[in-house]
Ligand binder design. Structure first.
Ligand code: GDP
Ligand code: MG
Length: 149
């Protein structure tokens, strides 16, 4: 099926939780163990041929701070992913701040909370959300199924 619809997806969360690796995983790239701070924003298109949707995933970065510059990237988003790391409770504590930031700027769009690094020793427990590992690839394909809804 060819692309019939496009959706803008923003991914946010504290620095180092694995957002950039997640986006790479979704687009079929291999795990990259070398940390690279994302500068500005990277937009990666992912085409779901089964339902004809092209997701343009905006990996927002820089310092991942709550400032005004970042908010411009949120414009016209259809879906948001808020990521934290299961081995770092501070990143989990930030989830509610990121959710509020999205709600304030994007209104009532669908937000998926994703806990990454399930391969590590897990130090936080956040109920009923989605858990993945960009390192092993655990549950990455399931996430694509989830956002199809
Ligand atoms: P970002 O700052 O949120 O974009 O995070 P990155 O995608 O750059 O990843 C930060 C660091 O965490 C890198 O060193 C990655 O290799 C590592 N990392 C990402 N995902 C995983 C994972 O699932 N498991 C483990 N163990 N490390 C990961
Ligand atoms: Mg990044």
């Amino acid at each position: 099926m060819s692309v019939i619809r496009e959706k803008k997806v923003v991914i946010v969360g504290d620095g180092g939780v694995g957002k950039s690796q997640f986006v790479k995983r979704l687009s079929g790239f291999d795990f990259d163990p070398i940390y690279k701070t994302t500068l500005g924003v990277e937009v990666r298109p992912i085409v779901d041929r089964d339902c004809g949707i092209k997701y343009n995933i905006w990996d927002i970065a820089g310092k991942e701070k709550f400032d005004d510059r970042r908010v411009g990237y949120y414009k016209n988003s259809d879906i948001a992913i808020v990521m934290y790391s299961l081995d770092n409770k501070w990143t989990a504590n930030s989830v509610s701040k990121w959710k509020q930031d999205i709600q304030k700027n994007c209104g009532n769009i669908k937000i998926y909370v994703v806990g990454n690094k399930i391969d590590c020793e897990n130090k936080v427990e956040v109920e009923s959300d989605f858990k993945v590992s960009c390192k092993t690839g655990f549950s990455i394909d399931d996430f694509m199924e989830l956002i199809r809804e």
